[in-house]
Design a protein around this ligand. Sequence first.
Ligand code: F6P
Length: 546
Amino acid sequence: MSHPLDDGLPLGGPPHAASAWTELEDHAKSELPHLRDLFADDPSRDIRMGFECADLWIDLSHQNLTDETMGFLVDLATQRQVVGTLQKTLIGDTVNSTEGRPAVHGAMRSPRAVVQGLAEVETGRATFDRMAALASEIRDGEARGATGRTVDAVVHLGIGGSHLGPALAVDALRHLTHPGVEVRFSSGIDPDDLNEALAGLDPETTLVVACSKSFTTLETLAALDGAMTWLSNGIGEAAIDHVIGVTAAPERARSLGLPEEQILEVPLGVGGRFSLGSAVGFSVMVAIGPEAFHEVLEGMHVIDVLSAAEPPEENAAVLLALVDVWNRCFLGRGSLAIVPYAHRLRLLPTHVQQVSMESLGKGVCQNSDDPETATGPVVWGAPGTDAQHAFFQLLHQGTDVVPVDLIAVARSLTDDDRSVHGQDLLVANLIAQADALAFGRTPDEVRTEGVPEDLVAHQTFPGNRPSTTILMPELSPSTLGQLIALYENRTIAMAALLGLNPFDQWGVELGKELATRIGDGLTNRDGAQDPSATELLRRYRSLREG
Ligand code: F6P
């Protein structure tokens, strides 16, 4: 059987066959200059290593790279045909080899003139029109519940990719949300989570959006069950009329009693973590309106076009991926911290965590070979400046070197003097952190401050710690779309460099299976038990029963 990637992508194998890989291995063994020296030798380094990508400014000057490193990395991108992979991905080619599926998220957000004729994409686009009609009805106060009252709240149930992107978008663009419609999220199987999302709402005026691509996810089905009970307590048998199903498995939604007109279909080729620009974004559309939602998609498309453009040395997604590969595979850095200096982007680290770790957390190449290199980093983070008071101590002086993405927005939502001053302080903090990480403080510099000798070592900062800065002009639907798409494409590019399939997630399946089995065992006392957790289960039962 021919491999789905044989045609044009003979690269789904380990990267070490590329000559640039060997060159990078040798290069990594040489002593790279300290960032302090790199800047001293080249004061224009930040200008040379900064570049525009649509409305974003990206600065790679604080990475542990020389021009020679960059040359080898770009060679690697060329040898691994990374831009070609991005091109294939973003027009909806069958790049998901292990599931024999296309990836159509990029095609879905491209104009008809760019991608047409793909049935899945056309279905997705038709769904956009239905979503817009429904969202507008709700926003215009024309949507009525079963008892005739106006809908004023939407509760989005979903988890993973069916939660993180939409929750990020609604939170980030909260300033654009409709004042008359409350949009809330619940991602968990934890009843406290659902109860909190429903608290204070009225079943007569609330719509529940059950968002699950597979419509089999335990967490979401359990939350839907709980929400149905809540709705039934308020409006009886009409509860089902208040549920919208968002799924790639409409037959499963129908089997739960949802009529066709209450189902919004997600194309199967839209991966969960890449699904914001599909029916999964319905709650976002309700919150910010169809027009602003389409601006998010347009922002994503702008980045897609740039991510599919040669040459690699001018392609932001590829350059960011190359830096990630350099840090992870050659310098042995195991994690990447995402630190947005913007309250409104506080959910970005969690979203990027799923995009990156579910895509790159793999130990096998597309062709089933061992990648023979480290693969995706652990991605984590929190908003600055809170992060500075939580984990920056370790970033500055800990024994692990953690590359950091520092993200800033130039203009805050309000432009009064107080806000402008606050924004200046925020960005000053980001710049200070990038400098402190890169340049550190030498023992002699500490001594000139009159620090007692026994404290000098404690107050010395090694520096040479890498960061990338991303500056956005403002937080708008378009720039948010750009930022999200850039992280997506950077992830896909890193997968292409390493020969991984970024679109499957087999590693999540085992836990899902076991949870169902153990859950059945808990519900029916005679059901399957987990022999390794007998005592924990016994204690849980006894605590539960009081
Ligand atoms: O966490 C595993 C996963 O399969 C993700 O890829 C997905 O985004 C999430 O579960 C939710 O899946 P679904 O949308 O099918 O409920």
